[in-house]
Design a binder for this molecule. Structure first.
Ligand SMILES: C[S@@+](CC[C@H](N)C(=O)[O-])C[C@H]1O[C@@H](n2cnc3c(N)ncnc32)[C@H](O)[C@@H]1O
Length: 408
């Protein structure tokens, strides 16, 4: 063993130990896979071993001309979680959407010699690279790499007991459930109004119902399933811009927002607080699907927003008519806690800020302590009655439902 491979082996064991301690690995067969596959063989030459064996860093392997990531070796924590969420076991047939090599090698270790792994990538360069690296790492005969757009059926292969989508999806095309066995599991990072949750789905009558959920994002889908979000630039009083990004359509009459950032802001506070280090990721999801006019916000350096909340907090807000509100936070007297509120500009600023604050309070009452359930309803299935609060988001191939249990 050279020094490098000895260190890699030590880091591999340490990574596996951390994933066990963090609860991302729960089954011995997944643990063994992580202890076995040499992750460093699948990253670009020269990548520092510490970065390779980090729990939560992905390693980008291809970017577009603007430097936006097109392909990566995903972060180890989400790879472990997705394999566990899929309930992948020996002898199964599994489809991986989005190749890179490393994750497919993990899948091959888990399904063993009696199983089958198919990995599909739209990008010929990535597919060739994955095939080559898998061959070098000794998995050539155990993984079939296909170059095609995964929007469509994988020709001549399947059905699959499990499908793991390792690229950010906006929708679930019919091919994915069609190719699944009757009790199959589909794990997919699904974007809902700009927010991604990686969701394990199982069949439930005419729709898919979630069985497990994780917070994680991925590089966006290309090909027929690509989805472009729409952005609108709002100038402030110094001529700098705040970018509002909407899931599909920007609201009508955005000209009503002209000059809105130059107007005096108004803030409304919710009384809802969160302690330092406590996760409130689901507030983001709650507002994304239940607050009308929701948008993601990015502020150019030099704007008041960039100096303020965009720096440290989830930057999002809502537009209504000629008014714009965004999430605000202020320190509470309790040690290191913060209170949520809303700051707004425009003629109906107080009302728009009030609507945001009402949703923060509703989340505190109903959503805060409960994980939502997700459903995917293919075109032709009828969305059944859902508990209140729920949201249904229209997609090209059906609809996604998000529902929180009613408080008891
Ligand atoms: C995050 S990478 C995959 C990581 C990989 N599973 C690993 O070992 O970590 C996402 C991949 O999805 C691919 N991709 C994007 N759109 C696709 C599509 N429509 N069909 C198949 N692959 C796609 C990209 O080319 C990219 O290589």
């Amino acid at each position: 063993m050279t020094d490098g491979s000895g260190r890699a082996a030590r880091l591999r064991d340490e990574l596996t130990d951390k994933l066990l301690a963090g609860g991302q690995i729960v089954s011995p067969v997944v643990e063994q896979a992580f202890r076995t596959v040499r992750r460093e063989m699948f990253v670009p030459p020269g990548t520092a071993l510490d970065a390779v064996y980090s729990v939560d860093h992905s390693v980008v392997t291809k970017t577009d001309e603007h430097g936006v990531g097109l392909s990566s070796v995903s972060a180890a924590y989400i790879q472990a979680r997705m394999i566990e969420m899929a309930d992948l076991r020996p002898d199964m047939t599994v489809l991986e959407i989005g190749s890179g090599g490393y994750n497919a090698a993990l899948l091959a270790e888990v399904v063993g010699p009696g199983g089958q792994v198919v990995s599909i990538d739209i990008d010929a360069e990535i597919a060739d690279r994955a095939r080559d690296l898998l061959g070098r790492a000794g998995y050539g005969g155990r993984v079939t790499v296909v170059q095609a757009d995964a929007e469509h059926h994988v020709p001549g292969l399947g059905p699959f007991d499990r499908t793991l989508v390792t690229v950010g999806a906006w929708d679930i095309p019919p091919a994915w459930p069609d190719q699944l066995t009757a009790d199959g599991v589909l794990v997919v990072p699904l974007r809902m109004n700009g927010i991604t949750r990686t969701i394990a789905f199982r069949r439930h009558g005419d729709h898919l119902a979630s069985s497990d959920v994780e917070v994680a994002g991925f590089v966006p889908m290309q090909g027929a399933g690509a989805h472009a979000e729409r952005a609108f630039l709002l100038p402030d009083r110094r001529g700098k811009h705040v970018r509002l990004q909407f899931d599909s359509d920007v609201p009508e009459a955005t000209d009503l927002l002209d000059g809105v950032l130059a107007t005096e802001p108004v803030s409304v506070w919710s009384g809802v607080t969160v302690g330092n280090g406590i996760s409130f990721a689901d507030l983001h999801l709650w507002l994304a699907v239940l607050l009308p006019g929701f948008c993601q916000v990015t502020a150019e350096a030099g704007t008041d927003l960039a100096a303020g909340f965009c720096k440290t907090w989830f930057p999002f807000g809502a537009v209504h008519g000629g008014s714009f509100a965004y999430l605000a936070v202020r320190r509470t007297t309790e040690s290191a806690g913060v209170e949520f509120g809303a700051t707004a500009h425009g003629p109906h600023g107080r009302a728009v800020a009030g609507a945001l604050v009402e949703q923060i309070r509703a989340w505190d009452r109903t959503g805060r302590h409960h994980e939502p359930a997700f459903g995917f309803w293919p075109t032709g299935s009828g969305v059944s009655r859902l508990p209140d609060p729920s949201a249904v988001l229209k997609k090209r191939h059906g609809a996604v439902s998000i529902s929180w249990p009613q408080p008891s």
